[in-house]
Design a protein around this ligand. Structure first.
Ligand SMILES: [Zn+2]
Length: 76
């Protein structure tokens, strides 16, 4: 089973639908067991929805900070 860091790294491709099918299974398996990553998934989904509404791609500083912090916490 992959760790949180790998799951998060693949999460973006997963949300984009560009992840390989076998890796998609790994991500889903991890998310099914890991409460930390379930929170991250909700956060990432929310972030992507927001990005979709902001075609210029600019992210508010607090969102970027939260994203960095979340990834950092998951990666340690
Ligand atoms: Zn996890």
């Amino acid at each position: 089973m992959i760790g949180c860091r790998e799951a998060v790294q693949r999460l973006w491709e997963y949300l984009d639908g560009t992840v390989e099918p076998d890796e998609r299974v790994l991500v889903e398996e991890h998310l099914a067991r890991c409460r930390t990553c379930c929170g991250e998934l909700e956060f990432a989904k929310e972030l992507r929805r927001m990005l979709a509404r902001r075609p210029d791609g600019d992210l508010p500083a607090d969102v970027l900070q939260r994203l960095d912090q979340t990834i950092e916490e998951l990666g340690t």
